[in-house]
Design a protein around this ligand. Structure first.
Ligand SMILES: C[S@@+](CC[C@H](N)C(=O)[O-])C[C@H]1O[C@@H](n2cnc3c(N)ncnc32)[C@H](O)[C@@H]1O
Length: 351
């Protein structure tokens, strides 16, 4: 476990991600004119999305962010301008549209507007970070890029994995860590479950980094580390298409948030099928409020995910709907970890 003297590192990631939230704000005010569209009265998400021509993913990134900033409210299925948001309507005097607009030509803002309108970058010919889908190129299959992206996540994984491992079920059995990246979540869980085994599934280039990190750990003086090598299997593959091994626990850490909604449902179905009766699907991620109006740290993160991947942040209610559709029984537990992350889980009914 982390000792009490180690701070939650959330302030660092919040400051990092605020940049993406700022871009959303300026895009909404000066390019998409969200507040002017709402100035005659509330609209549903679908109505407003149609007016400003946003598809589902960008809409579900932008509107929750503006709610989290207290500029819009979302009640009874309607988006409305708040008292604060009124000061972003051009017809209101005074207003701050001109002041916010001093930044409207910033390159990051212009690119955010393009990505919002296009539901992603205009040119994705080199692939998208953290995702491998179909036959096209993926940075996760490029030795250098896969290494730098995986090592880029390693500090977060090192820090959060002991907390996650302490909260996952303790049981004798098998853990399947899908899209396991560095493998730290698996290594920490195995250290706490000395009779268990695990499989880490990811792209081959990522798994070679995970194997190096395991070597380091095995050579360290951590109690039990020497047993890890025989208990971990590295499984190179494609989680979207390859057969998944049967397992007792399946961990999806920072996984769903890289993918659009239909892919998330498909993944939930595949993961449910790979669980043995009584098995558990665990998700470690940052969750939107079920009311889709924050929290700000997560709407900023959602903007960053929207920018860099095919996904966004989802609410626990969205995950639980996928779980039910996949035949799983969601629990009501919401377990916070750190860095604005948390755990939720669902059970596969016993036979
Ligand atoms: C954001 S990282 C999360 C890594 C790790 N679970 C963590 O929390 O640090 C997403 C991972 O998904 C993997 N991935 C993407 N598409 C995949 C696919 N089709 N099959 C298997 N792994 C995939 C990437 O290689 C990457 O390691």
């Amino acid at each position: 476990m982390l000792n009490d003297h180690q701070p939650d590192l959330a302030p660092i990631t919040r400051h990092l991600r605020a940049m993406f939230g700022s871009r959303l704000l300026i895009a909404a005010v000066n390019h998409l004119h969200v507040f002017d569209h709402l100035s005659d009265g509330p609209l549903s998400i679908t109505q407003l999305s149609e007016r400003i021509q946003l598809q589902e993913r960008p809409a579900m990134v932008l509107f929750p962010a503006l709610c989290a900033m207290d500029l819009l409210s979302y009640t009874d299925g309607l988006l409305a301008i708040t008292d604060l948001g009124r000061y972003l309507v051009q017809a209101q005097t005074p207003n701050l549209t001109g002041y916010v607009g001093l930044e409207k030509d910033d390159a990051g803002v212009i690119e955010m507007v393009n990505r919002l309108k296009n539901d992603g970058p205009l040119d994705a010919s080199q692939g998208i970070s953290f995702v491998k889908e179909g036959e096209g190129p993926s940075p996760m299959d490029d030795l250098e890029l896969a290494r730098s992206l995986t090592l880029g996540l390693s500090g977060r994984a090192r820090r959060l994995s002991p907390i996650v491992a302490a909260n996952l079920s303790r049981r004798e059995g098998h853990l399947l860590d899908v899209a396991g990246g560095t493998g730290f979540y698996t290594y920490e869980w195995l250290l706490k479950n000395p009779s268990s085994t695990a499989t880490i599934l990811d792209r081959p280039a990522v798994l070679s980094v995970a194997a190096e990190l395991l070597d380091e750990l095995v050579k360290s003086d951590r109690a039990g580390a020497a047993t890890l090598r025989d208990r971990v299997t590295f499984l190179p593959g494609d989680m979207l298409t390859d057969a998944l091994p049967q397992t007792d626990l399946l961990l999806a850490a920072s996984l769903f948030h890289d993918w659009p909604t239909p892919t998330c449902q498909m993944l939930a179905n595949r993961f449910a099928a790979s669980l043995r009766p009584g098995g558990e699907l665990w998700v470690h991620d940052a969750f939107l409020n079920d009311t889709l109006d924050g929290p700000l740290a997560v709407t900023d993160y959602s903007a960053q995910l929207f920018w860099g991947t095919k996904g966004r942040a989802y609410s626990r209610a969205e995950y639980r709907r996928w779980f039910v559709e996949a035949g799983l029984e969601p629990t009501t537990e919401n377990i916070p970890t750190q860095m604005d992350y948390g755990l939720i889980w669902a059970r596969k009914p016993a036979l």
